[in-house]
Design a protein around this ligand. Structure first.
Ligand SMILES: *Cc1c(COP(=O)(O)O)cnc(C)c1O
Ligand SMILES: *[C@@H]1O[C@H](CO)[C@@H](O)[C@H](O)[C@H]1NC(C)=O
Ligand SMILES: *[C@@H]1O[C@H](CO)[C@@H](O)[C@H](O)[C@H]1NC(C)=O
Length: 501
């Protein structure tokens, strides 16, 4: 009944569509309802209420514990962050901002959001007079979209590091045949690149192109670039062409917080970051924006920043509804931990480990893009070895080593990347030290050797290769032997919040 009266409100064209659909044969399956036969569905633990979901979670926990996690964007969060995520904060609807909500009952939600904002500014040394922060974005890509929505008109121009060169999808990625990221559909995007010989960002070319393209925003950020970004140079280029400089520090935020890599805050107008990578918090994002005087002209007339209200309204009500309050609580908890000397030690260790891993791989004869690393990741160019990144990724995965295939500068096809990306944050959280990463490098080397041993007879395509891995008892035995060594090694390193089986 309700549905019929609802349809009456639709214009004729939509009613016509509904009528057509009504004449089709029904495809819905009758819903099979059963009484809950445990004790009390509201209060029973997940293991009782939903053993199926519980079992999957248990398996995932086990997988995380037995393997070597080298995906550069991943980390293990802490017990206290888990506690915040699983708290009553998850229940609350609170559209709006502190002091201006659309629903009642938000006094504690307000307190938490303000606490989260205060800590976010504190962690990165931002004076609240000069910087504001929005803590509501649901994740990194939506945070970046919110920034473009706030300060670039529809169809306006943005420039970011190309995805195959180490940039992120949300920096305007498109291919010759497809506008892949929504940020290249709604905005006009022009990438900048790395020099294919050195693997380093080609700032001169970026400057030339920026002067022609005149973007509204230049994005300084990366998901796979092993060197520091030259924020001072980015600032100069942005000033010269009249663009805002947005730094996306998603990958390195924890290292910035720990003071072990250069901070973008001195140079950028806007800084975005995810909270679940190097910050070790729950999945979410932050947008920092400058306040106060933006520029002073020759006559001494000041132009003020107006980023705060634009960014806040782009996030809500522009792109989102109610914020995830339990996440904001978890971010607040994670940020407090960033202020400890322990966290700074971790950040230092993360970089030291990355250098140890890259150093040992170089000794073993591997080519590293840019020749090494300044941060938490390295990109191994496997092309000189004559084996594809995807194959190595697959064989390492069989041996419980998780990393990802990645394009290397000059790769002709993004579909057949020539390298693998390795990151140290997650295993550093498990208390791995330099000598442990030397061991990790040797495990990876053994994986590559397995790959090379079978590469020629394993077929041309990746599909052939995977089928070969399924069927070859010999390869499986080699991978299992390596996997067993890896498992034995990892049992010595506990994971935060994942102690029990
Ligand atoms: C991971 C990442 C993002 C996107 O974050 P999601 O939370 O996955 O949407 C954005 N920018 C950079 C540089 C990243 O590395
Ligand atoms: C919940 O969401 C609202 C947004 O409406 C936010 O202001 C509030 O701070 C959030 N709660 C917490 C705990 O952060
Ligand atoms: C992951 O967490 C550790 C602390 O356990 C931290 O030192 C590290 O910086 C985090 N990740 C990254 C990418 O930095």
């Amino acid at each position: 009944m309700q549905r019929a009266s609802f349809l009456l409100r639709f214009p004729p064209a939509l009613k016509a569509v509904s009528r057509t659909m009504a004449t089709r044969t029904p495809t819905l399956v009758p819903v099979d309802r059963q009484a809950y036969n445990g004790g009390d569905m509201i209060h029973d633990p997940i293991a009782t209420v939903d053993p199926e979901a519980f079992e999957i979670m248990k398996q995932e926990k086990k997988r995380q514990r037995r393997g070597l996690e080298l995906i550069a964007s991943e980390n293990f969060t802490t017990k206290s962050v888990y506690d915040a995520l699983a708290s009553a904060m998850s229940n609350k609807y609170s559209e709006g901002y502190p002091g201006a909500r659309y629903y009642g009952g938000n006094e504690f939600i307000d307190q938490m959001e303000l606490l989260c904002q205060k800590r976010a500014l504190q962690v990165f040394g931002c004076d609240p007079k000069d910087w504001g922060v929005n803590v509501q974005p649901l994740s990194g890509a939506p945070a970046n979209l919110a920034v473009y929505t706030a300060i670039v008109e529809a169809g306006g121009r943005i420039m970011g590091l190309d995805l195959p060169d180490g940039g992120h999808l949300s920096h305007g990625f498109f291919t010759p045949t497809r506008k892949v990221s929504v940020t290249s559909i709604f905005f006009e995007s022009m990438p900048y690149k790395v020099n294919p010989k050195t693997g380093l960002i080609d700032y001169d070319q970026l400057e030339q192109n920026a002067m022609l393209f005149r973007p509204k925003v230049i994005v300084a950020g990366m998901s796979c670039y092993a060197r520091h970004l030259d924020y001072a140079r980015f600032r100069k280029i942005a000033d010269k062409c009249g663009a805002y400089l947005m730094a996306d520090m998603a990958h390195i935020a924890g290292l910035v917080a720990g003071g072990v890599v250069p901070s973008p805050f001195e140079y950028a107008d806007i800084v975005t970051t995810t909270t679940h990578k190097s910050l070790r918090g729950p999945r979410g994002a932050l947008i920092f924006y400058r306040k106060g005087v933006r520029s002073v002209n020759a006559k001494g007339v000041e132009t003020m920043y107006d980023l705060g209200s634009k960014i806040d309204t782009a996030v809500f009500p522009g792109l989102q509804g109610g914020p995830h309050n339990h996440t904001i609580s978890g971010i607040a908890v994670a940020l407090k931990q960033c202020l400890t000397t322990d966290f700074q030690e971790y950040a230092k260790q993360t970089v030291a480990n990355s250098k140890a891993l890259a150093g040992r791989l170089a000794e073993l004869g591997y080519t590293l893009v840019t020749g090494g690393t300044d941060n938490h990741l390295c990109l191994v160019d496997l092309r000189p070895k004559g084996v594809e990144g995807a194959r190595v990724e697959h064989v390492l995965d069989l041996a419980h080593i998780a990393c990802n295939k990645n394009t290397c500068p000059g790769d002709v096809s993004a579909l057949r990347p020539g390298g693998i990306r390795l990151g140290t944050p997650a295993l550093t959280s498990r208390d791995f030290k330099e000598e442990d990463f030397v061991k990790v490098a040797e495990f990876i080397h053994k994986g590559v050797e397995i790959c090379l041993k079978y590469n020629d007879k394993a077929g041309k395509t990746m599909k052939d290769f995977k089928a070969f891995c399924e069927s070859s008892e010999e390869l499986k035995a080699d991978a299992k032997k390596l996997g067993d060594e890896v498992m034995e090694f990892t049992t010595n390193f506990p994971i935060p919040g994942n102690e029990e089986a």
